[in-house]
Design a protein around this ligand. Structure first.
Ligand SMILES: Nc1ncnc2c1ncn2[C@@H]1O[C@H](COP(=O)(O)OP(=O)(O)OP(=O)(O)O)[C@@H](O)[C@H]1O
Length: 251
């Protein structure tokens, strides 16, 4: 397997398979190409290998076969849990990736403030994570992810633990940051409506072994609303296809 810099595409997986040491084949021959600036949502039944795929693209684990190329050679990862360091102030949390890259202290401070401004959190730089709401903590996590300065963002159900209103607000934020910064996003979710709300393209994975079974292009104008009839209609089609796949497994 290679994780190398590429230019034509932002992320490319060719024939990627992953067999875990216990014998589970989590992915089997996955081909997927993501264009620079594209927002791709991965959906599929529980255990179909979505997190495995993101981990491989992030370079956190190695594929058993196939090749993975990421433009610029690396991607930034954001998880469902904000995973902030509780003993550090908000600003210091955002500074962590900058510190790891050896950015000098004054510049780090300045960049952290800018990034917090980007996610509309300017007044909390000196607070500790426990003083913030769940939505605010995820915004800090997004700012810290952006501090990694990668053009490819990998997001593993980043809003799944949030209430509906906070999630709506975070959808708006993410969409704005994505388009302002021309990011490429690979976004895993269980929530099909969320995938239609955010994605340019929805990639459906089937399980045992995980592979791509269908793709849906979302050509509805942005910003979309979760509750809009068009979003609901496409979400219905995607869900129907997912159910078919689940039925195939139980029959
Ligand atoms: N470290 C591991 N060792 C062994 N098997 C694993 C490991 N991680 C995942 N698996 C197995 O690989 C398969 C795919 O798991 P993965 O977590 O990638 O799926 P997922 O689609 O993200 O699931 P979910 O939607 O429930 O989060 C599952 O059968 C899982 O049990």
């Amino acid at each position: 397997m290679t994780v190398a810099a590429g230019t034509a595409t932002a992320v490319s997986l060719q024939g990627v398979s992953k067999r875990y040491p216990g014998g589970t084949v989590a992915l089997d021959g996955v081909d997927l190409t993501v264009r620079p600036g594209e927002f791709v949502c991965l959906v599929g039944a529980s255990g179909c290998g979505k997190s495995t795929l993101l981990n491989l693209v992030a370079g956190l684990d190695a594929a058993t076969a196939g090749s993975i190329d990421v433009a610029g050679g690396r991607a930034a990862f954001m998880f469902q849990e904000p995973a902030l360091f509780p003993w550090l102030k908000v600003g210091q949390n955002v500074e962590v990736p900058l510190k790891l890259r050896g950015v000098a202290k004054a510049e780090r401070r300045e960049r952290a403030r800018e990034l917090l401004h980007t996610v509309r959190l300017t007044d909390v730089v000196d607070k500790r994570p426990h003083e913030l709401s769940g939505g605010m903590r995820q915004r800090v996590a997004l700012a810290r992810t952006l501090a990694q300065d990668a053009s490819v963002l990998l997001m593993d159900e980043p809003f799944a633990a949030l209430d509906a209103m906070t999630r709506d607000a975070l959808h708006d934020e993410l969409e704005r940051v994505w388009s302002e910064r021309n990011l490429t996003v690979l976004f895993v979710t269980h929530n099909v409506r969320e995938a239609v709300r955010l994605g340019d393209r929805i990639v459906l994975l089937a399980s045992r072994p995980g592979r791509v079974i269908e793709e849906f292009h979302v050509d509805q104008p942005r910003p979309r609303r979760l509750e809009s009839p068009d979003v609901a209609a496409l979400a219905g089609r995607v869900t129907e296809r997912l159910k078919e796949e689940v039925r195939r497994h139980v029959s």
